[in-house]
Design a binder for this molecule. Sequence first.
Ligand SMILES: CSCCC(=O)C(=O)COP(=O)(O)O
Ligand SMILES: [Mg+2]
Length: 242
Amino acid sequence: MRAILTDIEGTTSSISFVKNVLFPYARAALPDFVREHGHEPEVRRWLDAAAVDAGGICSDDVLVETLQGWVDADSKHTALKALQGLLWQHGYARRDFAAHMYPDAPRALRAWHAAGHALYVYSSGSVPAQKLFFGYSEAGDLRPLVSGWFDTEIGGKRDAASYRRIAEAIGRAPADIVFLSDVVAELDAAREAGLATVLLDRIDDYPAPRTGDVTHGHARVTSFADIRPGDGDPANAPGAAG
Ligand SMILES: CSCCC(=O)C(=O)COP(=O)(O)O
Ligand SMILES: [Mg+2]
């Protein structure tokens, strides 16, 4: 039984939810959050880590502006991602929003879990942010389906070494893991590490279909419904095109 490792943004869920709901929420909440919680060790640790890459020692006001710029630029900086997770906690808990899920994703995740496939998440969002996302999803609490969570603390998503570390962490041979993502560069890195790969080509996120050479030979599907992780090479899945 292959294990399944899935990305979130652009794969289980729409990019527009992250860009139009989560990021603006974090951006707006940052100044008050840093003022009210900046002295707490967990928050300070990430603020200090961000400050190092923001050019060294600076005031919290300058740091907030830098962090807001990183939000606008969709930076995957680990410290920003950790802070975003802490910021979103309030929004989810107050039911200001629920995390978007393409309906085919939770349907397939539940079916794969019931069939005995172990499911893992690997996202640039911090592990706490991933758990909030799956916990407060439009499809309900999906956390019980997931056996393990990985973020960029294990390494960048475009680095093959990250996938080798994940395989080791979950105790599986790389070839026994299928990685699902919307980003070809991430799939290239996973394939280099020996994982099977499937490109999610979500029409809502990527209106021009990504076919032919741009898929770099990865199996391509537009829905989780077309992935057959138990059938050997996912490239043979119905709907997959290299
Ligand atoms: C799961 S947290 C919200 C999404 C996010 O901040 C992010 O960076 C997602 O990137 P992904 O690696 O899931 O494409
Ligand atoms: Mg993605």
